[in-house]
Each structure stands twice: as C-alpha cells, then as structure tokens.
Ligand binder design. Sequence first.
Ligand code: 5AD
Ligand code: SF4
Length: 446
Amino acid sequence: MRDPLPLPPRRVFLEAFGCQMNVLDGELVLTDLRRRGYELADGPESADLLVFNTCSVREHAEERVLSRIGQLRGRKRREPGLRIAVMGCMAERMAADLVRRAPHVDVVCGSRQFPRLAELLDRAESSGQPVVAVGEADPAGAARDVGVRPEKFSAYVSVMRGCHHRCAYCIVPRVRGGREESRPVREVVEEVRSLAADGVREVTLLGQNINSYGRGLPDRPGLPALLRAVHEVEGILRIRFLTSNPMDIEESLLDAMAELQKVMEYLHFPAQSGSDAVLRRMARGYTAKRYLEIARQARRTVPGIELASDFIVGFPGESEADFRATVDLMEEVRFQQAFVFKYSPRPGTRAAVFPDSVPDDVKRERNRILLEVQQRHSLAINQTRIGRTLPVLVAGPSERRADRLTGRTRANQIVVFAGSPDLAGRIVPVEIRRVSSLTLLGEVVG
Ligand code: 5AD
Ligand code: SF4
C-alpha cells in the first residue's frame, strides 16, 4: 500500500503542452478537480498532485515531458504522498509503456478519458497500483469554471473531436481518434450562453478538423450553421474557430464569415508545403494551385481577412526545389502568421516508414529561412495598420508591462496600449502608431 495522502485540501498543479484543444482539456480537468476539493497550487513545488497535459505531435514535445517526469523520481521518494498524472496525447500514445518507463507515475489518462481523471486517481489510491486508461470515451458535457479559465473574457469551446483524414505525418487520428464526433449545435450554444453569462466576450470554437463539423450529426448542420447559431448568443462579441483543413474549406464557410459580423476575419488553414510532390506524399488532398485559389477566394469573399498557416520542413524526400516551392507559396500568399516545424517521424504514422532523409542541419536551415520570410511578411502587414484606428477586444493588463493593456484586432494581431484596467472585456478603438512583426502599439482614441 501507498502512504496516505496529505490531509485536504490537496493542491494540484497542471503543466500544459500542445495545442488549444489540450489547453481546454486541462482547464476542464482543473475545473473538475476544484469541484472535488482540490486547490490550485502556485507552482509545481507546492503541489501534491502534478498533472502533465501532454502532446505527441513531435518527438521533442514528448522528450521534454519524459525528462520533466524523470526529474521527479527523487522528489517522489522524498515525498511519497506526491501524485503524478499524465494526460493528453502522449498518455494516449504510450499508455502502459509510460508506467514501464516511469514507474513513479500514478495515473496515465488518455486524451478522451480526461473527465475521469479524478476517478482514476481514486482507483490508483485504493489499489496502490498505477492506473492506465486510454481509448474511446465520451468527453462531452464537462463543466466550466471562471476561476480556472486562463482568460477571463475569452474561452475555448470544443465543438468536434477527432480527424478522419490520414495525413502521412500526423499522429492526431491515433491519439485523438480517427472518427470525428461533433457536439450538437444546441449543446454548443448552451455552453456558449453560460460562458457569456460568466462574462466571456470571445469564444474560439475548436476542432481538429473543424470544417467537417456536424457531418455525423442527424441534420448535418455544418460549420456555417454552427457559426450562425453561436452568433445569436447575446453578450458574445467575437467568434473565432480552429483549425481548418484546406481540403474541407467550402464557399459557404467564407460566405458565413463575410456575413456574420461577430466572426473574425482570420483563417488558419495549414498549407504544410508548397510542393505538389510533397503534398502528395503527405496525402494532403490538395495542390499548391488549389491552396492559392482558396487563399484568393477567401480574400475576395471576406474583406480585410488575414490568413495564417503551418509548415513542415524536411518531410521525407523534400528536395531543395520542393523547399523553394514552399518559399514561393509563402511569398505569394503573404500570411499574417505562420508556424514552422521541423519534420519529426511519429511511430505508427504512414510516413514513419519513409526514410527520414533530410538531415537535421538542413531542416534547421529551412526552418530559419521560412521564419525569416514570415517575419518580413508579418511586419509588412502590420505596417499597413499604422495610422488606422482598429477595434480591439481588451484582454487585460500586459504581462510584460503592468501599465499597459493588451488585446487583439479582429485579424488576431496583438495590440499593446495605455489605458485603464477597467477597459478589460470591452472593445475599444485604438489608433496604431508603431508596429513590429509581432505587435502593434497604439493609443485609445475617442
Ligand atoms: N512533424 C513535424 N510537425 C508536425 N505537425 C504535425 N505533425 C508533425 C510531425 N510529425 C505540425 C503540422 C500541424 C501542426 C499542429 O504541427 O504543421 O499543422
Ligand atoms: Fe499535440 Fe495534436 Fe494532441 Fe494537440 S491534438 S496536443 S497538437 S498531438
């Protein structure tokens, strides 16, 4: 048997890795644990329960977690009451392997099992054995809690989970489910309504493949219909959504974005590469030409829209010419924001059997070049805002400068400006004076 737990209240600290969906799952877990009497610890040192909310998308993300957990071996010996739980995509992928590698882990909770984390902790307690739970489960209907939400006025809302595509590099269908499951419109709207009643002004609807939202539901509502329904919720001022697969973007979505005033002019649709040969090997289902068409169509249909993308460099077989095609695509589209990743082979994906042929120093150099191109474009786009007055949703005081506020433009640019903290949660007009590639600086007017 294990040593008894410290007397309540127990304190929990959650360390998060990975994407927005993971951030939301972590929030929901903390909400549940708080309801069961846990308090939030200020840091890992003062916690009795450490939760690692993990990501599997690249090997590096997993290595960091394994090393953090490894470091806790000594502490667990000194403090036998310490409990360690690993949740999220890496927990799903490694399952019992994780306990073999790190026997001091108490609970391994897969990416669809997180609503059961408290129950799994209890089971580990009563059995004195590590507990592993992965695979299918129903994560719907979790409660929200203002005290836990990372931002007071903005919230994530999960609308669908899983991804039915099989992109060759991607672990997501394996760790988050290959079958897509959408929440009914009514349920999403209920959640958004209660968030609005809690003071939330902006919601970001999340789905691994959000453009196929609603396909499995009885009346096949689709993302445009969901946006229209959420648009009706009083108190919500802004709506965003993530992430769009270029393959699934339909004209009706762009029309809805143009029509619905609360839906922000920002579209994140990862290109991954600008080379048709690479896109084919990645099984992305579109060509560079088709991607450029969507970008043009988005700009035509939704005035003022800014575009964002992800790129993978060094995918197996990526030649210098393939890479130049990616640079060309970036130059042609001019994204406001792009995230660049070095290819990392993931066990069990289709690309895992392709030789990882691009040497790491070449990947690093290509990564650097794309980031440089992107920085130039971000700066140029931000410069077009100088002298303009933009509506900014104020998030609150800046973390770096307490006498400044931060917020975002409709097109998702970060704005820093002076103003009273009372403005938080409101949309204020800010005249842009100076910009960098990352930030707009301005003054509140009027
Ligand atoms: N290696 C590198 N980057 C990857 N991504 C997904 N899988 C991999 C991988 N195996 C990137 C993609 C995706 C983003 C979330 O992570 O660009 O859009
Ligand atoms: Fe990481 Fe993908 Fe899982 Fe998000 S869904 S945490 S990006 S592996």
